[in-house]
Design a protein around this ligand. Sequence first.
Ligand code: UDP
Ligand code: MG
Length: 331
Amino acid sequence: MKIISLIIPTFNEEENIQLLYESIKQEFKRMAYDFEIIFIDDASTDHTLQEIKQLVSSSTNVRYISFSRNFGKESAMLAGLRHVQGEAAVIMDADLQHPPSLIPDLVKGWESGFDQVIARRNRNGEKPMRRFLSSNYYRIINKVVDVRLEDGVGDFRLLSRRAVRAVLSLDEGARFSKGLFSWIGMSQKIVDYENVPRKNGETKWSILKLLNYGLDGIVSFNNRPLRICFYTGALILLLSIIYSVIIFVQILLNGIKVPGYFTIITAVLILGGIQLLSLGVIGEYIGRIYYETKKRPQYLIQETNIRNGESYERDKSRVSKVYHHRRNQYY
Ligand code: UDP
Ligand code: MG
């Protein structure tokens, strides 16, 4: 029987592991596929890892990777994708917010030939503030970046092998998966589902984390923010020249009038603000260059029950060679 791989990043989800496993198992009873689960334990501080190990001892289709420290969900997803063995991979959260009951629909989409089957949730039951921020964020980001990002579409999706390989071939260090998934393109299908509240535990996203994530999304896809700085600078320069000419002509005609405090102070403040903002934007990019040039691995593995080479990356493709090489380097 063909295997579907499930990639599940977990961080402090001790109460959800067992529940999740059971409901996934239920779903697959009704399907013509086997499943394997790859748990990525993002250095949880509770008993998540013990829960996972318990599953490992009682079932043969659970594999896990445990990070040496908290590297974040992006790294966790990458680690999972690198070890996929199935025909297709489903990425899902551990908190049951990504309902396993949707898996059959995702698989159906894949069977009918789509490379990416994307689950899209509505925002029912979400805090109004987060809802407001998110939907406006997407409106803005789609004007700024080259790839299309859709509201309600997250990491919950099925990727065909082809798509997994494509995502893995994007070798950047600072990963913004939502954008990467969109960047690879390929045939896509959207499956809608009703937003569900988290089962147990708390969300790991603070407003600040979300803001930073949002900023990552904007600067990791192109240099348009730099362009905006350039054009703002150019516009202000033009206006200033026109303004200076006008003032100069006035001085020639009427002589110098002393009061000018307001003009000076506004000019200084506004220009100062724009300069700082632009510097910040440039700094963002330089920071990224700095991190990318270090070429550090995206994560370090503390322990795992996955043997080296246990993924379809064994294939002889060019991409897989790169990753073999890399993997040997990392371990
Ligand atoms: N997660 C992770 N590392 C982190 C934070 C979260 O692997 O540093 C996992 C978490 O266990 C969950 C998924 O990422 O399976 C989504 O996290 P969360 O539910 O907190 O996000 P939300 O659903 O609120 O966006
Ligand atoms: Mg969640």
